[in-house]
Write a protein that binds this ligand. Structure first.
Ligand code: G3I
Length: 369
């Protein structure tokens, strides 16, 4: 832990032992700064997860569906839509007074087989237009925002060679936003990607956003996903990115935040879901519990990150964690299946961790409150 954050950690431990533990709320703490969100799965949307049913209304004022609004689930056949779970999410969020960030309209992953098999460009364009128009229109006025396009870029900032790019060319991103704008005039429209805090990919994202703007099409914000490792959060790149993206006149959000603590089978940081590795006990060191030293290291990392977010409140409009508690994190199964990871603020019993208290403490000790 850095010297700078040491007093903070002790303060966090102190408050964690006080009755504060029962009452501290992320959404209340940051109410004047930014929205605080969580990604939710089916059990949570259906209120079958009792831990989440307790935590969500108390802690969060924004929800992102982790999977159920992706094409594979919501549009399983050419003429077939499945709105059941998305409708449930919208109802649940309305009941609780929570914003919904719908995720997502266009993504190369979790794309249904029948779409992957389309061979001619005209049919593909017909699907693309129909998909965006129908879904965006149905939820206009019901959701707060859409991740219109997800992960269109390579690490070097060039366009990913996805099926959308192959079929429709570079302009598919502008076209997706144009269609979404028409179908959802009351909904904020965002571009979302991982590693776009890194300089080369960031430059690609800036070029993409400028291209949308130059076409006279609306884009309201950019989502930096934030799948980082607690031991290695790229604070300098993040700060430069907040400045560079907000200079484009759009909101900046951290949309899928989690700080994993397990070893990475590769040297690089990625969130490329196609990249996986085999299980090996050495790669799962904390199966029996999170050591205090690692919990402190993570709390320190979260504190530094939130200190930065608070310094840019007004430009940063939402921080969404990719899950409610550690038990449901995708990082338990990626890039290696069956590991025990601890990337979020609440433990497997829904109890606040050191990282939760360090974030609350940063707000209470910062000049920015
Ligand atoms: O729904 C099937 C189920 O029918 C089947 O029995 C089961 C067997 O494995 O799989 C289920 O599908 C899984 C799905 O999540 C729903 O739980 C997939 O295998 C699994 O690969 C899928 O993973 C999701 C991943 O996106 C897929 O691309 C993760 O939960 C989700 O957290 C992750 O989220 C993405 C964001 O959307 C975009 N940014 C990166 C982020 C992390 O990869």
């Amino acid at each position: 832990m850095s010297q700078k954050n040491l007093p903070l950690f002790f303060f966090a431990v102190f408050v964690s032992q006080a009755t504060f533990a029962q009452t501290a709320s992320l959404k209340a703490t940051f109410r004047n700064d930014f929205l605080i969100g969580a990604a939710v799965n089916t059990r949570q949307i259906e209120e079958r997860d009792t831990t989440a049913a307790r935590l969500i209304p108390a802690q969060f004022n924004a929800l992102t569906p982790e999977n159920i609004m992706k094409a594979e689930v919501i549009h399983p056949g050419w003429d077939r839509y499945n709105f059941e779970l998305a409708d449930k999410l919208v109802d649940y969020a309305r009941k609780q007074g929570i914003h919904v960030n719908a995720h997502n309209l266009i993504w190369h992953s979790q794309l249904p087989r029948y779409v992957q098999r389309i061979k001619d460009v005209d049919s593909f364009r017909t699907w693309f237009t129909g998909h965006i128009s129908a879904i965006a229109a149905r939820y206009d006025g019901k959701v707060y925002s859409w991740d219109v396009v997800n992960e269109a870029l390579n690490e070097d900032g060039t366009m990913r060679n996805s099926i959308f790019h192959k079929m429709l060319g570079d302009d598919f991103v502008v076209e997706a936003f144009r269609l979404a704008q028409k179908a959802a005039p009351h909904t904020k429209l965002y571009y979302n990607d991982y590693n776009i805090e890194q300089p080369a990919k960031r430059a690609g994202a800036i070029a993409l956003i400028k291209k949308i703007q130059a076409a006279g099409v609306r884009i309201d914000g950019v989502g930096i996903q934030g799948h980082w490792r607690a031991a290695n959060v790229p604070l300098k790149d993040i700060e430069e990115s907040i400045r560079a993206f907000s200079a484009l006149g759009i909101e900046v959000m951290f949309t899928e935040l989690d700080l994993g603590v397990l070893p990475n089978p590769w040297d690089n940081t990625t969130a490329e879901v196609g990249q996986t590795a085999a299980y090996n006990a050495n790669m799962n060191p904390y199966a029996g519990g999170l050591p205090d030293s690692v919990e402190r290291m993570q709390a320190d990392a979260y504190a530094s990150l939130f200190r930065l977010f608070l310094a840019y409140k007004g430009k940063v409009t939402r921080i969404t964690f990719w899950g409610v508690d550690d038990s449901g994190s995708w990082l338990n199964d990626w890039p290696i299946r069956g590991r025990t990871n601890y990337p979020l603020l609440f433990d497997r019993h829904g109890q606040p961790k050191g990282s939760f208290f360090s974030i609350i403490a940063i707000k209470n000790t910062t000049a920015n409150n």
